[in-house]
Design a protein around this ligand. Sequence first.
Ligand SMILES: [Zn+2]
Length: 410
Amino acid sequence: MRGIRVWARLLGLLCAVVEDVFLDDEAVVVCVRPRARERGRCPLCRRRCPREDCGDGRRRWRALDLGTIKAFVEAEAPRVNCKRHGVIVAAVPWARHDSWFTRGFEDQCAWLAVNTSATAVAQLMRTTWRAVGGICRRVADEARAQRDLLAGLKRLGFDEISVRKGQSYLTVVVDHDSGRLVWAAPGRDRKTVEKFLDLLGEERCAQVELVSCDMAEWITRPVAERCPNAEVCLDPFHVIKLATDALDEIRREVWNEARKAGETALAKDLKGARFALWKNPERLTVRQKLKLARIKQVNDPLYRAYLLSQQLRPIYRVPYEQATELLDAWLSWAQRCRLKPFVKLARTIRAQRPGIEAAIKNKLSNARVEQINTQIRLITRRGFGYHSQEAVIALAMLNLGGLCPPLPGR
Ligand SMILES: [Zn+2]
């Protein structure tokens, strides 16, 4: 009798009684039954329910290997009749609902999926990528149901991420205070953002104080409508990028003109100046400085565009009051500069000014969200074999949402 209990400990079956152990086709099969108080429960609501029938009879769950050999748990899988959930296969304490694996096996798979490559998990656990994807989904769903990731959120960051080279997109929400991913879903549109706000609910929406994002209206509009106390902070990086884009537009124009006019030397110079124009002035090499000096000599519009794009950066480096003054000065300069892309940019910045100033005042950027995005990109690349978007989201939530289970038995 004592010998048989060892098997339960070995497989982490705490709420089960071992009835028999045998070797079957190079695998250990441990026959068990749930302890009395665990029997006849609905897997969804855990309520005790009357027995319906014996279901499909006895079945097996894959358990953690025992040494070098595969192991299975075998038991009856009767069906119960739940008042709320109808006729359903009864819960077993050693496995999640609808799974062919034990909890220990799934927890270990999820832990490995977070910490190593898809190939390594599949080989080590002797299973398929697809199965690991399904396991991650079940483990993440259970963890999310047990822990409220949306409680007490005050400062949020929204962003989109393209998965599989722009074929599909995810919307992600990050909590600035914990640095954790709190939500991710397929799609990048208003509806997706609204789905998150629905989940958050009216009361918790009202508690949100700051939201960082780029200028996308599909984020800013619903947030403005549903989170009455949230100040929207536009990400500095995106604002600076607009200036860099405007500068590049002018560089291309000037280059095309020089090429058409047959000034090949100038055209070549301008093409080579691209990186010098983009760089932070402090980081320029001597060669790049010379290139800029030459542009100043021979091409006034491009040099002015360069200065305009550079002068936008300091607003993020000085205290708030000074920043608003700088921004005023920049706007009036840009409006009079007769460079079309910058006149247009001045109009955009004027329209978006509250969000730009809020970001400076609250010192909030999307940098943390970008970090999480980089990590999700790594996960998607690493987990290419997990096939479905849902598996990628589950893995991201386990990894970046702090939902990864501990290794079994530790
Ligand atoms: Zn139920």
